[in-house]
Write a protein that binds this ligand. Structure first.
Ligand code: DAH
Length: 343
């Protein structure tokens, strides 16, 4: 029996494995109820009492050694497995850090900032006005006749009637506020949101953005206006850009004009963006009507000035070729992410 015990002890001591299944099979073969060690314990019962003491000690030692072996091997395998799992989670600790996603500027903000900067560099200051306006600032002071169609419920979102309070339909209202509060010379641009009662489509929206420009001083002429517009077009669309003015009508300017730039896509050759004409319209402008100056407390016999107004969405479309207005308001990450590198 002692021989058998020594033989098993050797086997236990020499046993090693990195597989959980093998260790478990080994445990069953040695230590389960019908295992080799259990069998020896059965045989031990029939030994003569004289042998029982030494053999008993040897048997116990065998059992403890086998148990220790099984436990320590299982523990080592488990530790190895958890180490492997965590290294799968961080496969390569030398890889660059995965930075948290950052936001980016909205294309309308990018273009608004670019427009602001171009005018700030030549001495214009930024001014802002309220989005909820009274009739005087949005219409009357700007020389809109009482029956002008723009005052119609169809075009304007009214907040209150009599006295009329509405969401401003253009940023020209800021002109009135600036002139009311300042003495010329005035050189200002006013970016902001405007609202019109329009059905939403690819080409029209009830909310959009404008930038208004205003310059009032002594002896301001139409040539000054043309010069500053030419400068803006070259700065914004590139040095090769040309402008063209077409006579138009606005209640608050006289004379008034519509401003076209040579198509930034085909450089004036004619493409489907400019509908083959080589020109695209970007804004309205004109000499501030003397009635407007007088309405705002500026003596039209002493001062003159020019004004212009452009839609930021329209300019953004021309810069980025995004021709569905709705995309600017949906905040779809797939759309916005395309402007991450611009600022
Ligand atoms: N307020 C005009 C609009 O919303 C744009 C505009 C045209 C502004 C001519 C001006 C201007 O200052 O002179 O359509």
């Amino acid at each position: 029996m002692t021989e058998k015990i020594q033989q098993l002890l050797k086997e236990v001591e020499n046993f090693t494995s990195e597989s959980m299944e093998e260790v478990e099979a080994f445990r069953i073969r040695m230590l389960s109820k019908k295992g080799l060690i259990s069998e020896l314990f059965q045989a031990f019962k029939n030994l003569p009492p004289a042998e029982k003491k030494t053999v008993g000690q040897q048997l116990n030692q065998l059992k403890v050694t086998a148990l220790d072996k099984v436990n320590s091997l299982k523990q080592a395998i488990e530790e190895q497995q958890t180490r492997q799992k965590s290294s799968e989670k961080y496969p390569d600790l030398t890889l660059p850090v995965d930075f948290a996603q950052t936001g980016s500027r909205h294309p309308i903000s990018i273009i608004r900032n670019q427009i602001n900067q171009i005018f700030e560099k030549i001495g214009f200051v930024i001014s802002e006005g309220p989005e909820i306006e009274d009739d005087w600032h949005n219409f009357s002071a700007l020389n809109f006749a009482d029956e002008h169609p723009a005052r119609d419920m169809q075009d304007t979102f009214f907040v209150e009637k009599n006295p009329d309070i509405a969401l401003r339909t253009h940023t020209s209202s800021v002109q009135v506020r600036v002139m009311d509060g300042q003495k010329p010379p005035i050189r200002t641009i006013s970016p902001g949101r405007v609202f019109r009662n329009e059905a939403i489509s690819a080409r029209a929206h009830c909310i959009f953005h404008q930038v208004e420009g205003l310059y009032i001083d002594k002896k301001v002429s139409f040539a000054d206006l043309k010069h500053v517009l030419d400068h803006f077009a070259r700065e914004f669309f590139g040095a090769h850009t040309q402008i063209r003015l077409r006579p138009s009508y606005f209640p608050f300017t006289e004379p008034s004009a519509e401003v076209d730039v040579s198509c930034p896509f085909c450089k004036g050759k004619g493409c489907n963006i400019c509908k083959g004409t080589g020109w695209v319209e970007i804004m309205g402008c004109g000499m501030v009507d003397p009635n407007v100056l007088d309405n705002c407390g500026i003596d039209s016999k002493v001062y003159s000035g020019y004004a212009f107004g452009m839609g930021i969405e329209r300019i953004t479309m021309l810069k980025y070729m995004v021709n569905d207005l709705r995309l600017y308001f949906e905040n779809d990450m797939r759309f916005l992410k395309q402007f991450e590198t611009a600022f």
